[in-house]
Design a binder for this molecule. Structure first.
Ligand code: AMP
Ligand code: MG
Length: 402
C-alpha cells in the first residue's frame, strides 16, 4: 500500500458526521460550520470615512492650483445627526463617521492646509471618491459569507460578530477513544523498573487530538493480553467515532492488534510503504473507524499527522484537507533508495536570507526529541533516489513560526 493509496482507502471508508450543535461564536474556533452563513445586513451598514480628514463633494475638488473651503460642521464615528454639506463647503470628519449629505470624497487631514479654525485649503492631487468605504463593500446583505463545511478561524469569528451573530451552528466534534498497548509501559507517577518506559504516546496523541478539535476519550494503558485488549476494543468502539491505539501492530509475539481487529471488526490494510510508520493498521470496529498506530513515538506522530488528522477533518467537515507543502533547498546530501516514501524530521532555517532545510539530527523512530527539534517533515516520495545539496525538496511545515 502506498501513502497515497492509504489516504484514498481511508477516505473511501469514512462517512462524514452530519450532526449539528449550536455554540456561542467565542467557542467556535476550529469548529466546522454546519450551514451556509448568510448576511442579513450590509457591512459596513452605512457609507463612511476611511480617514480622519475633511469630507466634500468630489466635483468641488480643484483640478489645478489650490482652493479654499469653509468647514461647516464636524461628524464623529457613531454620530446620527444629519449633516448637510453645500457646494464649495467641507465637513470635518473622523474615521468611521457616516458621510454627510452632499459629500462623496474625503481628504486626509495631513494633506490639507489649515487657514484658521473655520477654513482649509486643498490642492489638486486628490481624486473624487477617495478614502470612502461604501455601504456593503465588505459584505452585501443577502450574500453567503461562509459555506457549510468551513473550518472556522479567528477572522471568521470576527466576521460573524460584524454580522451581529452571537451563536453559530457547527458540526459535532468527532469522538476519539485512544489507548496505549504494551506490558513495558508505566504511567506517570509510578517508578520505572528495569526495561520499562513511561507511556508517552497517550500524551502526544491527547495533545494532537486537542489541536485538531476532536473530543478525546482516554482509555489508558492496556496490557499485551488478548482478553484485556478485546475488552478495550469493544468498549472503545461502542462510544467513539474513531478508535486510535498505539503499539502492538508489528510482527512480534506480543503484537495482538491485527488479530483482535480481525476478530471484532474488519481490517482494511496493515502495512504502508513508508518510513517511519510502516505497520499502520486501518479498518472498521463496529461502526467506529479504527487506526492502529505503530508503537514508536515518532511513527505515532507521523502517522497521526498524515492519516488520522485529515481523516478527523474529513469526518467533521466532509472536506479532505490538502496539507501545505513547499519546495526548499536542501542544506545537505540526503541518501535514499527508490521504493518507499520517507519522512525525515527537518529544520527549515534562514541562511544568507534564503530558506534551506536540514535533517533534525538522529532519525530513529524512537527518538521523540527529533520531533520536538524539527519544524517540518522533509518528504522523499517513493521514486526519490537521493537528494544532492542545493536540490529543492518538498517540506511540510508544522506551523508558521521558524
Ligand atoms: P510495539 O510496536 O508495541 O512493538 O512498540 C514499538 C516500540 O515503541 C517499543 O520500543 C515500545 O516500547 C515503544 N512504545 C510502544 N508504545 C509506547 C508508548 N505508549 N509510549 C512510549 N513508547 C512506546
Ligand atoms: Mg508493544
Amino acid at each position: 500500500m502506498t501513502v497515497a493509496g492509504a489516504r484514498d482507502a481511508i477516505r473511501a471508508a469514512l462517512q462524514p458526521l452530519m450532526h449539528d450543535e449550536v455554540v456561542p461564536i467565542r467557542n467556535a474556533l476550529g469548529r466546522v460550520l454546519a450551514r451556509d452563513c448568510l448576511s442579513t445586513i450590509d457591512v459596513p451598514s452605512h457609507t463612511n470615512s476611511a480617514m480622519d480628514g475633511y469630507a466634500l463633494a468630489g466635483a468641488d475638488l480643484p483640478s489645478d492650483g489650490v482652493r479654499e473651503y469653509p468647514v461647516v460642521a464636524t461628524v464623529m464615528a457613531g454620530s446620527r445627526q444629519p449633516v448637510q454639506c453645500g457646494a464649495g463647503e467641507c465637513v470635518r470628519i473622523m474615521t468611521g463617521a457616516p458621510m454627510p449629505d452632499g459629500t462623496d470624497t474625503v481628504v486626509m487631514q495631513e494633506q490639507v492646509e489649515l487657514v484658521d479654525g473655520q477654513r482649509i485649503r486643498i490642492d489638486a492631487r486628490h481624486r473624487a471618491g477617495q478614502n470612502v468605504r461604501q455601504a456593503g463593500e465588505d459584505i452585501a446583505a443577502g450574500s453567503c459569507v461562509f459555506a457549510a463545511g468551513r473550518l472556522l478561524r479567528a477572522a471568521d469569528i470576527g466576521v460573524m460578530a460584524s454580522l451581529g451573530f452571537g451563536e453559530v451552528s457547527v458540526r459535532r466534534r468527532p469522538k476519539v477513544a485512544f489507548f496505549s498497548t504494551g506490558d513495558e509501559l508505566r504511567s506517570i507517577g509510578q517508578p520505572l523498573a528495569e526495561g520499562e518506559v513511561y507511556d508517552s504516546n497517550r500524551y502526544t496523541l491527547y495533545a494532537m487530538l486537542l489541536e485538531c478539535g476532536a473530543e478525546a476519550i482516554d482509555f489508558g494503558v492496556v496490557r499485551d493480553d488478548p482478553e484485556a485488549l478485546s475488552r478495550a476494543f469493544t468498549e472503545a468502539a461502542a462510544i467513539a467515532d474513531v478508535v486510535v491505539t498505539s503499539g502492538g501492530v508489528s510482527v512480534g509475539e506480543a503484537d495482538y492488534t491485527k488479530t483482535i481487529l480481525e476478530r471484532h471488526g474488519e481490517m482494511s490494510f496493515w502495512s504502508i510503504a513508508m518510513k517511519p510508520g510502516r505497520p499502520l493498521t486501518f479498518g472498521k470496529l463496529g461502526a467506529a473507524t479504527f487506526f492502529g498506530l505503530p508503537g514508536n513515538p515518532v511513527a505515532v506522530m507521523l502517522t497521526f499527522m498524515q492519516f488520522v488528522r485529515p481523516a478527523l477533518r474529513y469526518l467533521a467537515s466532509g472536506n479532505w484537507p490538502q496539507t501545505l507543502t513547499v519546495p526548499v533547498a536542501s542544506a545537505v546530501d540526503l541518501k535514499k533508495r527508490p521504493g518507499r516514501f520517507e519522512f525525515l524530521r527537518g529544520i527549515i532555517e534562514r541562511h544568507d536570507g534564503e530558506l534551506r532545510v536540514r535533517p533534525a539530527g538522529a532519525q530513529g523512530s524512537g527518538i521523540l526529541t527529533s520531533m520536538s527539534r524539527a519544524n517540518c517533515f522533509i518528504l522523499l516520495p517513493e521514486s526519490c533516489a537521493g537528494v544532492s545539496v542545493g536540490d529543492a525538496v518538498q517540506v511540510q511545515p508544522f506551523d508558521t513560526e521558524l
